[in-house]
Ligand binder design. Structure first.
Ligand code: TXA
Ligand code: MG
Length: 339
């Protein structure tokens, strides 16, 4: 196998190339990944920041590039159930769900196989691992070409909004990556649903692209934790996350001076400095796909804040509201205060 010949250090100061995801570009990305480099690639949820999940150095580079705390484990991506079963212990529940929703926006937390070969750093030293088989054709082709599990968190700096376009990745992490594969706008637009199946009772750790209603149709009732309740079971589920720079105000029904509006539905309150629609028709699937890109577009100093109209708490609305609540949560280490 030829080496890609591009080391991480050589790329540290230059900006990563964004390549349209042609078969050649995907092949190049696979070689880079096998060589231990970082490659951003499209999935149907959000763009991932990928590295060989069996390579400690490559995985360490993910944490460094994102500024992510090392106690927060990564999702490991596989082409399908057969490959995922080499990493984690699947039970009947996990197989039934994989059968129904894979490839797709659903991640399982399962007991890690002792012979998985995974970097312990990818799993933050836990005896569980989060696994997912993404549906995006570029991600699928890439995973098959690499032939190794790929650890990939969302390709944003830690605590920021996840990227749904290649340009978002380039803006935040461009100087830290070997390559960014451009596969267009992520169709789901929200991260995968994370479901903990390591214990007896299935627990929803993060609402996402597969709705709780859909999971419950297969499993029966699933435990869901209120966003602010107690210690997070998933290390990444800290209240403040996915945050833009501007303050975010939820359930907005009237304008405040200088605010921009993220609108949902045909009727909007007057007086906002600028209005962008999550979905004019009130469609939650469309709103999810638009959420992160529109948040980025409105996150500009010329506005005093971003107001968001109420989003119904059902279907994908739960995941949208989860991300909005996190984005609106007080950020202890940021320049802006709770308001
Ligand atoms: O849609 C997605 O899931 C995207 C794409 C790229 O696949 N990835 C993504 O990864 O959102 P990340 O690292 O940003 O979020 C992974 C979440 C975090 O909240 C993390 O704490 C949780 O999954 N997680 C990972 N491994 C876990 C484990 N063993 N136990 C509990 N939670 C885990
Ligand atoms: Mg993330």
């Amino acid at each position: 196998m030829p080496r890609a010949g591009v080391g991480l250090s050589a790329l540290a100061t230059t900006s990563a190339a964004i390549l349209s995801a042609t078969p050649d570009a995907i092949e190049r990305a696979a070689l880079l990944l096998r060589d231990g480099a970082l490659v951003a690639f499209p999935t149907e949820t959000v763009y991932g920041l990928g590295a060989d999940a069996t390579d400690d150095r490559a995985v360490a580079a993910i944490f460094a590039a994102k500024g992510r705390p090392r106690f927060n484990p990564l999702i490991v991506h596989a082409p399908g159930l057969a490959e995922a079963e080499a990493l984690a212990l699947f039970d009947d529940r996990a197989r039934a769900l994989a059968d129904r929703f894979w490839p797709g926006p659903l991640t399982f937390v399962l007991p890690r196989r002792t012979d998985s070969g995974l970097s312990l750093l990818a799993c933050a030293g836990l005896d569980t691992v989060a696994v997912r088989a993404p549906a995006h054709p570029v991600a699928r082709t890439l995973l098959q070409a690499v032939g190794r599990p790929i650890a990939a968190p969302s390709a944003n700096r830690s605590g920021r909004v996840s990227p749904t376009e290649a340009a978002h990745v380039a803006a935040e992490l461009g100087d830290k990556l070997a390559l960014i594969l451009d596969g267009g706008h992520s169709s789901v637009g929200l991260e995968s649903t994370v479901l903990d199946l390591a214990g007896e009772t299935p627990a929803l750790l993060r609402p996402g692209g597969v709705t709780v209603e859909e999971v419950e149709a297969v499993l029966g009732q699933v435990a869901t934790a209120a966003p602010e309740a107690g210690a997070p079971r998933s290390p990444g589920q800290l209240a403040s996350h996915y945050a833009p720079d501007l303050p975010l105000r939820l359930d907005a029904r009237e304008a405040r001076p200088g605010e921009a509006l993220l609108a949902f539905g045909p009727e909007i309150p007057p007086g906002f400095a600028e209005t962008l629609w999550l979905s004019r028709s009130g469609d939650l699937v469309e709103a999810a796909a638009n959420l992160f890109a529109l948040l980025r577009r409105l996150d500009r100093p010329k506005f005093t804040g971003v107001a968001v109209m109420p989003i119904p708490e059902r279907g994908l609305g739960r995941a949208i509201n989860d991300r909005l609540r996190r984005a609106a949560a007080p950020r202890p280490n940021s320049a802006r205060s709770a308001g």
